[in-house]
Design a binder for this molecule. Structure first.
Ligand SMILES: [Mg+2]
Length: 748
């Protein structure tokens, strides 16, 4: 683990790092005076301008390859003029990572176009490599305990890679494109790696609830994570999932609307478009934007819905994008062909129905168009958010316009005043355009007012602030805020006290602590490595090792039969001390209550394919690890509700473990082992207890204060220390074994 890395170039106030593929400044050339840059006013740059000035450092690619000798000057200028730090990429890396993987696989798949994806191992390798370069850059620039906010689909592996390098950091991620339904997501050949990359974050943000829901579902189905409300639980860590629709920079449009240049443009439009109803489309030229669908629907409109003598013109602006990519060239050809066909069929000497512009439009003209258009038609087949529709609403000061909006754009969830369309329904869209053109003024104003309110309340600046606020609250509430409690940071004093103690006790939970959770009980069997580790621990001088588990004595005995290890099973009901063959009962229980509970469990198991009921000596369990993850969770909640009635007067408690509901005698818990050993624990003895879930809390709570109690994960706990994830426990125990090897005091 690296210690403080705050490099000299970062001022102490930069405890926030923004990480995105592109910097807000593009390197345009190297003149005799040094490098030149052009600021790019992207949506993200605007959104982040809402944060207080100088409060963050932006790390990303400057848009061009930078030769080694030019780098110090590039770095100096970026730092001083833009508060940015560059990440250097080669042309080959950009081609594979950006064009081929990010835009050739992730972009089309996440927009529900799997046929457009072209997965190649080589570009995936570059994607991994570039993500590692970004993680390394973030590591270099982030001060200890700082926050790193990673942006978008280009960098989805970074959160995990960064967490591995820097467990002290708080990591947030925001996805600016849709997250597809898990049915589509699972087509991705590297679906698992991408998800693991993302849940290296503490907080993951999306524009809409649908995307968040799809992400949670993919985590459950592909990684087998647990999901509790808006939180994914993975390796004991809690990852918060949050929904924040991004907005636009309202001030920018307010200023433009008062600009004389815009008024002049308006006059120009009034003259040249007199007598026409104007329908406006502004889209980046991308296959996700549904331009062909829109044009075909407009053709239907002209053929079936236009009134005699009415002149409706569709001004369709297509902003050039990824122009060097073959698929985009082909799309442009198709669209121009379609426009030609429509105009050929429906033009008259005085009117051309489609005005197609393959260009970007300067801000003043764009604002005038928004202000002027009778209808704005935004019908992407998928779109993460879509800001064009919000910009239109912002420019509709008199509220006379109508918005046609695809139900498959993220904005459809927020702009309820729009007339929603399904881009796949050509006739339906044509009819809705007719309805939009005919809408009475009062209804138009009412609808536009509702949209205006949303746009005003949810500006881009507010988006950045509110997301970071949620992230901050999550960081503070999770124990991740206390690096002094991380066992990884306390290993040296732990080992010292272990070596110096006259006698040592190790109390270690099995499932989820020593061994990762597994699909079936057979897979939870200790690996040869783990068995070897337990053996080494059991043979340490003056050391007694107990493995604790909810499992049966038979299972644990079979697994560890040949080792001199203590076993405490059935959640503390029975113990077998190291070297003994006898099982000792730590508490006497009655199982009368089980008869009352079992029928409810069995009924729920019968209704849930893959669920089963396990009856143990002092507990009954309802397992759903093999059930459909969402249905299983659903049924587990149902079960808990039903049980609360059945159990009202029984001496039992219900706990929710990983994919199981357990009903257990109140008197049985792992703390019984601590009580049993209390007489033998002397002053100055070394005591280590490791566990991962609620059932280990009773043990932690009953050990003396000087014990080294460690809980895996960031839950609040009685344990003095926390470990970040499951593999930590075996690693820690290996340290303990090794610590005695060079200087074994006992000499035996
Ligand atoms: Mg456990």
């Amino acid at each position: 683990m690296s210690e403080s890395r705050a490099s000299a170039e970062v001022t102490p106030t930069s405890d926030l790092l923004i990480l995105s593929n592109r910097l807000p400044a593009t390197l345009t050339g190297h003149g005799p005076e040094g490098p030149t840059f052009k600021a790019s006013a992207g949506g993200l740059a605007t959104a982040l301008s809402g944060l207080s000035a100088g409060s963050f450092l932006w790390v990303g690619w400057p848009g061009a390859e930078v030769p080694e000798p030019a780098r110090p000057e590039v770095e100096r200028q970026l730092r001083e003029d833009y508060r940015c730090a560059p990440v250097y990429l080669t042309e080959t890396q950009v081609e594979h990572f950006y064009n081929r993987f990010s835009n050739g696989v992730l972009w089309p798949l996440f927009h529900y176009l799997p046929d457009f994806t072209d997965f190649e191992s080589e570009s995936w390798t570059h994607y991994q490599e570039v993500n590692a370069i970004f993680a390394e850059a973030a590591d270099r620039h982030a001060p200890t305990g700082g926050t790193v906010w990673v942006q978008d689909y280009h960098l989805m592996l970074v959160p995990h890679l960064l967490r591995e390098r820097r467990p002290d950091l708080k990591i947030a991620f925001f996805l600016h494109i849709p997250f597809p339904s898990s049915e589509v997501y699972r087509l991705l050949p590297r679906r698992r790696e991408i998800l693991e990359g993302l849940i290296g974050s503490d907080v993951v943000g999306f524009h809409t609830y649908d995307y968040a829901r799809h992400f949670l579902s993919a985590c459950q189905r592909i990684l087998g994570t647990e999901t509790v409300q808006q939180t994914v639980v993975w390796n004991g860590r809690e990852v918060r999932v949050s929904v924040h629709p991004i907005g636009i920079d309202l001030d920018h449009f307010d200023r433009l609307l008062d600009d004389p240049e815009v008024h002049a443009e308006m006059e120009d439009l009034r003259r040249s478009l007199a007598g026409r109803r104007v329908v406006l489309g502004i889209d980046r030229l991308d296959y996700s934007k549904g331009l062909r669908h829109k044009l075909r629907a407009f053709q239907s409109f002209l053929e079936n819905h236009q009134r005699d003598g009415e002149r409706v013109v569709l001004i369709q602006v297509a902003v050039p994008s990824r122009t060097e990519v073959e698929k985009y060239k082909e799309l442009r050809r198709q669209i121009e062909e379609l426009v030609g066909r429509i105009n050929g069929l429906h033009s008259s000497p005085v009117h051309t129905p489609v005005n197609f512009l393959f260009t970007s439009i300067p801000p003043a003209r764009l604002t005038a168009l928004f202000r002027f258009a009778d209808v704005c038609w935004v019908s992407p087949i998928r779109d993460g958010m879509n800001l064009v529709c919000q910009e239109y609403a912002a420019c509709q000061r008199d509220g006379e316009g109508v918005l046609l909006l695809s139900e498959f754009s993220g904005a459809a969830r927020s702009l309820e005043g729009a007339l929603q369309v399904n881009p796949w329904d050509r006739e339906g869209m044509a009819a809705t355009l007719r309805r939009g053109l005919d809408l009475p003024a009062e209804e138009r104003r009412l609808r536009m007012r509702r949209m205006g309110e949303f746009v005003r309340r949810n500006t881009s600046k507010q988006w950045a602030r509110s997301f970071l606020e949620v992230a901050r609250r999550h960081f503070e509430s999770s124990a991740g805020m206390h690096p002094e409690r991380w066992i990884e940071r306390n290993i040296d004093p732990l080992l010292r006290s272990f070596r110096e103690a006259p006698r040592r006790w190790l109390l270690v939970d099995y499932d989820g602590t020593l061994c990762p959770f597994a699909e079936t009980p057979a897979q939870a069997e200790p690996s040869a490595q783990l068995h070897e580790l337990v053996g080494q621990l059991a043979r340490l001088p003056d050391t007694r090792l107990y493995v604790l588990s909810g499992r049966t004595p038979e299972t644990m005995q079979r697994w560890f039969r040949d080792l001199e290890v203590g076993l405490c099973v059935e959640h503390g009901r029975l113990v077998r001390h190291p070297g003994s063959e006898e099982w000792e009962q730590l508490v006497h229980t009655s199982s009368d209550w089980m008869e009352e509970v079992l029928p409810t469990l069995q009924r729920h198991a019968a209704m849930t394919p893959g669920a089963l009921v396990v009856r143990r000596e002092s507990s009954v369990e309802w397992h759903w690890r093999r059930a459909d993850p969402e249905f299983g969770q659903w049924q587990a909640n149902e079960l808990a509700l039903n049980l609360s009635e059945v159990m009202a007067n029984l001496p039992v408690r219900v706990t929710h473990g990983p994919k199981l509901v357990q009903i257990r005698d109140m008197g049985v818990h792992k703390g019984l082992l601590a009580e049993r050993l209390a007489g033998e624990l002397g002053e100055g003895h070394f005591l280590l207890a490791l566990g991962d879930d609620e059932s280990d809390e009773e043990l932690f709570a009953r050990l003396p204060e000087h014990a080294w109690t460690v809980r895996i994960g960031s839950h609040s706990s009685h344990a003095r220390f926390q470990a970040r994830a499951q593999p930590t426990a075996p690693a820690l125990l290996r340290h303990i074994v090794q610590s005695l090897q060079p200087a074994d005091r006992s000499g035996s």
